[in-house]
Design a protein around this ligand. Structure first.
Ligand SMILES: [Zn+2]
Length: 393
């Protein structure tokens, strides 16, 4: 076997891990840091106090909504103004991606459009990012361990990635206790993003034994944890809730590790352009596409590549997702399990997320050329792609 595996330089995982973050930043020799947060700036107050107590001056930079190229520009200016030696992100995937982009731009100069894929010049970063510390407060994107940041370009209605090995975080602090206040619909949508980010790499053409091991473990843990979280919330201090929080955070980290090293597939091939067109939450879009894409891939593989190794993966997925022995399930059971989970978690269809039937054609055209589509185990026809969107409506 031959593979490469890249991730954050260090991952600190566990309840209370966030309390190590300030000491780790101070240990880098940093005296001033930009703290990128989501809307809920006050949630970062304890971290901010810890940093100050460790001699690190903090400039807070809140990002509302999914980050745009303008957020990256303003953040890089804030780094320069504060003479910050590090960027810390505390928040959901949007804050983490914004922080990662800001740390890259601050060290390299220029404009996001110089480096952005698809809509930009796609120039490679020449310099390592400023030291970047990611502290996720949701369990979804896994961005704390990946080398790309998704930025919206609102005037073009698209999202595109800044991508470089230089952008891997210096430290990922994954503290499951931070998930406690998440509202139900965020648990559902971010959790199904995480699940799709372990399922797609598991059937990807670029899967390797290390990503397989991570994906198997996460696919097994995620569905029961998501159901329990949706039922009872994540605020409890009982052992069961502590375990559910850990399983959700673990799935998210595994998703980041798997997608960064084995690629994704058609779910993300659709979710990226749909996010740019609709402005809907990434996780809810992934959730709506997941079962229809699995079904289309299974059908296409059986019809056109009956010896394809991904077919055995779809069978194994059914066992992992249902907890039943391999001999007692078929690949269809895995797809039914995902559809069932999305129903239980009250995931809205694409129509309710704002997609008009007239936009199916343009969406398919964009999805076909999305970078994630290259990881899909089989090339889907236009007819199959259209059917996926119709079933996800
Ligand atoms: Zn995703």
């Amino acid at each position: 076997m031959t593979f490469e595996f890249a991730t954050a330089a260090r991952i600190a995982f566990g309840p209370g891990a966030v309390r190590q973050a300030a000491a780790a930043v101070a240990a880098l020799g940093v005296r001033a840091a930009l703290l990128v947060t989501g809307r809920a700036v006050e949630r970062a107050a304890p971290l901010r106090a810890d940093l100050v107590a460790h001699g690190v001056a903090v400039t807070t930079f809140p990002v509302t909504g999914e980050p745009t190229i303008e957020d990256a520009r303003a953040g890089a200016r804030a780094v320069a103004d504060a003479k910050a030696g590090a960027v810390i992100a505390f928040g959901g995937g949007s804050a983490v991606d914004a922080g990662k982009a800001i740390a890259a731009l601050a060290a390299n100069g220029g404009d996001p459009l110089d480096y952005l894929e698809v809509v930009g010049a796609g120039r490679p970063l020449a310099q390592p990012s400023l030291p970047f510390i990611a502290i996720p407060t949701t369990a979804g994107t896994g961005s704390e361990v990946t080398r790309n940041a998704v930025l919206a370009v609102p005037e073009a209605r698209v999202k595109a990635s800044l991508r470089s090995a230089f952008m891997l975080p210096r430290l990922a602090v994954v503290d499951p206790d931070l998930l406690a206040p998440l509202p139900r619909e965020v648990i559902a949508s971010s959790g199904l993003d995480a699940l799709s980010q372990v399922i797609e790499p598991f059937v990807s053409a670029r899967a390797n034994p290390l990503t397989d091991a991570l994906a198997r473990e996460a696919i097994r843990r995620s569905p029961p944890a998501l159901r329990a979280a949706h039922r009872a919330g994540l605020t409890g201090a009982d052992d069961q809730t502590v375990g559910v929080r850990a399983d959700l955070a673990f799935t998210s980290v595994c998703g980041g590790l798997c997608l960064a090293n084995a690629g994704l597939g058609a779910v993300h091939g659709f979710a990226a352009p749909a996010g740019g067109m609709l402005g809907a939450a990434h996780g809810a879009l992934c959730a709506a596409f997941l079962a229809p894409v699995m079904s289309a891939n299974l059908g296409a593989l059986r019809a056109r590549a009956p010896e394809h190794p991904a077919l055995a993966r779809f069978h194994e997925l059914a066992a992992l997702l249902t907890g039943a022995p391999l001999a007692e399930v078929t690949a269809e059971d895995g797809i039914a399990a995902v559809a069932d989970l999305c129903r239980a978690l009250e995931i809205p269809g694409l129509g309710r997320q704002g997609l008009d039937a007239a936009e199916i054609g343009p969406l398919v055209a964009k999805a076909k050329v999305a970078s994630s589509m290259r990881g899909n185990p089989v090339t889907l026809t236009d007819r199959e792609l259209i059917e996926i969107v119709e079933r996800a409506l």
